[in-house]
Design a binder for this molecule. Sequence first.
Ligand code: ADP
Ligand code: ZN
Ligand code: ZN
Length: 741
Amino acid sequence: MKYAEIITDITNENVDKIFHYAIPDNIKSKICIGMRVFVPFGKGNRIREGYIIGFTHKTDIEEKYIKNIYSLPDEYYVFNSNMIELAKFMADKYYCSLSECLQCIMPKIIKDKTNKYANINYETQNINDKINTILKKNNAQSKVLNLLLKNDNVSIYEIKNILGVSLSPIQTLEKNNIIKITTKQIKRDAINVDKYNKTNHLKLNFEQTNAFNFIKQKIEEKSNKPILLHGVTGSGKTEVYLQLIDEVLKKGKQAIVLVPEISLTPQTVERFIGRFGKKVSVTHSKLSNGERFDQWKKAKNGEIDIMVGARSAIFTPFEKLGIIIIDEEHEATYKSESSPKYDTKEIAEKICNLTGATLVLGSATPSIDTYYKTQINKYDLVYINNRINKSMPEINIVDMRKELDEGNMSIFSKPLFKAIKENLENNMQTILFLNRRGHSTFVSCRKCGYVMECKNCNVSYTYHLKEHKLICHYCNSTENVPNVCPSCNSKYIKYFGVGTQKIEEQIKKYFKNARVMRMDMDTTSKKNSHQNILEDFKNHKADILIGTQMIAKGLDFPKVSLVGVIASDITLNTGDYKSAENTFQILTQVAGRAGRADVKGKVFIQTYNPEHYSIKFAKDNDYKGFYEKEILERKIMLYPPFSNIFFIMICGENENMVINAINFLHKVMMYYNQKTNFYISDVAKAYVYKVNKQYRYKIIIKAEEEIRLKNFVLYCVSVLKNKIDVNKLNIILTLNPNYIQ
Ligand code: ADP
Ligand code: ZN
Ligand code: ZN
């Protein structure tokens, strides 16, 4: 083949195309699809990174304009052909450039343990003159300078590779202060396997065995239907995963296990390492680029067989993939919120189609979308209906309106208060859940009603006790607490609304001897703080753990026998079509933390909406009942899975500009919609309509056909961009978003 087809690392949509380069003889024998290359690009021939996605004999470009590939930085390919297929699938499905998708799949390539970067030393006197002398010589030093004049922060490794020079000209330039070299230390701690207790297979109970056999057979049949494992909380799903993986390994195949968030699921990770030791690696967003690259390479070279990680671990480059397991498949974190806005479950399905691996989704509260697919026979379904200990927690609903009628103004209902007290006396542990951090959720004047609002966003400030400050949860700006009302000068500033800090304060007030811990974004900013809190609570160093949704998932603490949900109405009143689903899920999951070992669990759900179906079905632990009711609502309202929703938001500092653009876009859409007949909403302010000084307006479109909908929106947006200058605006397009804001 004469030419290489190359995608550059530039994500700009104008250069989102394939470029043809000639292959010089010296690299012909080494080059293959999926390798990285350095190529001269554009008029100035700046050196850019690119990826080879194919070869061809033909090109439309005149021979004399064809440039040569500069060099190959690696000895191996970065993408295999399946991954290139996957990137093409992503570019198409998530309306973004191929380059963006390739970069999303690939880790940042870091070669050396210590990375050294070179830059021109502009602080040196008469630096330009000095450069010009050297440049005239046209030797190795001048080559290096030419490269650095066009590119910042080039690593020594890259300089040597791109130019084919030795270290000596670089060292000479540094000695003469023409360039300076900075070092970035990269620490690459692999997991310390010895820290974990080795475990062996448990004898599966009847229901686990049934699920295990079902999935095992599907793997053997190479069925390309994904399988949903619907098992109640504490039913031993993880043990089933572990034994399935063992089967897969025995066949010489490999496994990817996805969990929603590594720091919140340390116990799950522990169990994989405990069972499979050095065969496992763990990857997540808190690792440095170097650490991640090391994990990636280990997987590629077959030094490990199991990768456990959050969302991005789906791109682990195993050559012999046998199974993908997505635990807690209903979690929103499986959808990326930045471009490419991929859905991990869709990616996993595509990978399984390409490789023949089997996809297993597990949850106690499957997403409505996934469960629907089992009902229309797109997915297989297998159940575990009972807990390992055969005892589901007893769930009580507390009507907070009655509490108020009876004169109880406190944040704890009488039954919850009594249960906390008893649980403390019995030396058992309690979890109190509230999905709102801070102390008081708004601060206002009792005389005139003025509410302290963020100056950048149209949301009220939250009062934080420790800092004694008002903090905006959208832009993080802070403000001092006023002594008098800024509007009427009255002194009656009052604090309303409950956050996790206030619960902590109240618990300490009423239960003086209780040892209390709090887990939310404010207490977990330091590295390892998640693990430390969970470890301490596990070791019974505290009696009560208060927290946000961080404490709702995956935790398996035998001494927790009481769970209290302080205000279940928060997730219910978000205005989103998924609010009932989210409420049911979070209540079931948090309730599922109680009574997992030998003591019966008790749960109290405090609410002002005791008759809401999401709360009632959660009380009865009736997933199927909830599903039947919810799927009917979705059908009537034409919401997913019966439609696709396109969420369009335009943001900008100049509100008039935003309004102009979105109104124009709306008009264009209404015009073209005469043919397509989609549901198109009016233009409206976003749920929080100003964030970080940016005004935000939205349009929502619903349609059954995904591809037509996508083409329609992209076309209308291109018309907008042609007619109106949108440079100062941010146009955000999301298909089937996690939340409609
Ligand atoms: P899930 O992931 O379904 O919520 P887990 O896998 O955490 O459930 O299992 C709950 C508890 O039961 C864990 O402590 C686990 O070690 C234990 N367990 C699971 N399977 C068995 C079994 N077959 N025999 C004994 N204990 C088991
Ligand atoms: Zn006032
Ligand atoms: Zn703000």
